[in-house]
Design a protein around this ligand. Structure first.
Ligand code: NAP
Length: 271
């Protein structure tokens, strides 16, 4: 049943995002949520540029980008380096002129902080996780603002997880960073709404990616979700992509500062 739905969903195409240009942060490989989103928005006509962390990822991102229609500019950017963020937006302006949407799919925490006790989190580990996973949204939105203004508005989607509001074993410091990210979504949405710039969060159920595999007991997390979610399964990458497409497109023009749960219903369950 779910397979059939996914086949049909994947095939959905339109011109809703034709002529729209988007910048995507966080493609590491074909399993990345950022890649699932990229494929979805591309199927609706968007042109994309990709920012990846460091040259080691370039070849992989280049191979994936080649599978999309049109030319996709690629930029190297570590989001903790302000000069690299600034350089990316200069290149986006040169390549695209303006920008219609931004996809934030970036998170990182030290392995030792994704297990054990939160009480033992080091200051360094806390700051690193918050810098990469939360402050990066602020700096990336600030960089995008003038390019969104040139387009007459913009839409931002940042990926988050339920561990921001509920205690999920081993999610630990990332739960705190995601709570900060989600608050950022609301404050940024409030700052920029008058400029027709929308900022939303998408809270995905667990998806088997490189970053997720860094969390101790991730396989158990997937299993728990599957067993407890009303839909009785884990969320598919394509479903996260389709929901992000909705948030990035004019179809969601009245929505900002929200967190949309794409988790097969897991969050509504009390026990
Ligand atoms: P992923 O494929 O490993 O993507 C994470 C990305 O963040 C990678 O491309 C990674 O690059 C990048 N990144 C880390 N530090 C960076 C830095 N300093 N500068 C620039 N980029 C950096 O994993 P994912 O699961 O798709 O994660 C994407 C987003 O979805 C994250 O925000 C994650 O928290 C969120 N999310 C994931 C799940 C899930 O279950 N997978 C559920 C809900 C939300 P490197 O590979 O070079 O480190």
């Amino acid at each position: 049943m779910s397979e059939k739905i996914m086949t049909e969903n994947s095939a959905v195409t339109s011109n809703i995002l034709k002529g729209k240009k988007g910048l995507v942060f966080g493609v590491a490989n074909k399993r990345s949520i950022a890649w699932g989103i990229s494929k979805a928005v591309s199927q609706h006509g968007a042109q994309l540029a990709f920012a990846y962390q460091g040259e080691r990822l370039r070849e992989g991102v280049e191979e994936l980008a080649k599978t999309l229609p049109g030319h996709s500019p690629l930029y190297s950017c570590d989001v903790t380096k302000e000069d690299e963020v600034k350089a990316v937006y200069e290149k986006v302006e040169a390549d695209f002129g303006s920008l219609d949407f931004l996809v934030h799919c970036i998170a990182f925490a030290k392995k030792e902080d994704l297990g054990g006790r939160v009480v033992d989190t080091s200051r360094d580990g806390f700051l690193l996780a918050h810098d990469i996973s939360s402050y990066s949204l602020v700096t990336l939105v600030r960089g995008a603002e003038p390019l969104f203004e040139k387009a007459g508005g913009g839409s931002v989607v940042a990926l988050t997880y339920l561990g921001s509001e509920k205690v999920v074993p081993n999610y630990n410091v990332m739960g705190m960073a995601k709570a900060s990210l989600e608050a950022g979504v609301r404050y940024l949405a409030s700052d920029l709404g008058k400029k027709n710039i929308r900022v939303n969060g998408l809270s995905a159920g667990p998806v088997n990616t490189l970053a997720a595999r860094g969390i101790a007991g991730f396989t158990t997390m997937l299993e728990n979700h599957r067993n407890r979610a009303p839909l009785g399964r884990n969320v598919e990458l394509e479903e996260v992509g389709n929901a992000a497409f909705f948030l990035l497109s004019p179809l969601s023009s009245g929505i900002t500062g929200e967190i949309l749960y794409v988790d097969c219903g897991y969050r509504i369950m009390g026990a």
